[in-house]
Design a protein around this ligand. Structure first.
Ligand code: C5P
Length: 239
């Protein structure tokens, strides 16, 4: 059985390589993957991936949320594959050719996750974007449609709210990865902040999540390593 720490994805939401590597050194044995988002990637460039690898045996999740015409995404993805990251994100978008192109270019070693619908999007935003309420009544339905498209395109899984995890697992099967942000342990003090719908680590794992993105509850804890260990223990107890 996977150790609880392997479920934890710690986002390096930091502005410099030095700050990022401080967290990599501290948390390298306490989490499964480090997530590099746009902020760090744009500031540090692709070298940040090798720098993380040189400091820790944890995996690297490149959260670039690519979205462009299929050929452009494929060419970018070939570069991502050369970096040797474990996970990378692509938006689902509307073009049915983009996700298969991304998967083909990523190769076998880099698993592609599709971002279904950003958790900042509300039902009313779908109407504003012109989506037909008869076809797409709410965000949940859109998430499920897009998760199915991602599965058919060969993606390894999706990023979604923990509230969607159980429905996606039921529809797509146990092998289809579900990665959920919006995690707040019941015992921590940072509150939900800008996350709208949160769950505890135990709830997310029981809903079927394979990886939990946990940022501020670890980063802002008095002892980040202890916070990560506590989350890992909660995950193991919940399975
Ligand atoms: O745990 P915390 O709220 O600090 O986690 C923030 C991280 O989760 C950021 O890296 C953010 O990009 C990521 N994320 C999110 N909501 C999503 C997708 C990703 O907060 N829907």
């Amino acid at each position: 059985m996977r150790p609880g720490k392997d479920y934890i994805v710690f986002p390096l939401d930091l502005a410099s390589m030095a700050e990022a590597l401080t967290y990599v050194r501290r948390l390298g044995d306490a989490v499964g993957l480090f997530k590099v988002g746009l902020e760090l990637f744009i500031r540090c460039g692709p070298d940040v991936v090798a720098a993380i690898r040189s400091e820790s045996a944890a995996g690297v999740f490149l959260d670039l949320k690519l979205h462009d015409i299929p050929q452009t995404v494929a060419r970018a993805m070939a570069g991502v594959a050369a970096l040797g990251v474990d996970l990378v994100t692509v938006h689902c978008g509307e073009d049915p050719r983009m996700l298969p192109a991304a998967v083909a270019a990523a190769g076998a070693a880099t698993r592609v996750l599709a971002v279904t619908v950003l958790t900042s999007v509300a039902d009313a935003d779908l109407r504003g974007a012109g989506l037909d309420p008869g076809l797409v009544p709410d965000v949940r339905q859109l998430v499920r449609r897009r998760a199915e498209a991602a599965r058919q395109a060969g993606c390894a899984g999706v990023v979604c709210s923990p509230w969607e995890a159980a429905a996606i697992k039921a529809a797509a099967g146990a092998g289809f990865l579900v990665v959920t942000p919006g995690i707040r342990p019941a015992w921590e003090g940072v509150g939900s902040q800008d996350q709208r719908r949160v769950t505890t680590p135990a709830e997310a794992v029981r809903a079927g999540a394979d990886y939990l993105v946990v940022g501020r509850p670890i980063r802002d804890a008095a002892d980040p390593v202890e916070a990560a260990r506590r989350i890992a223990a909660e995950i193991e107890a919940a399975r």
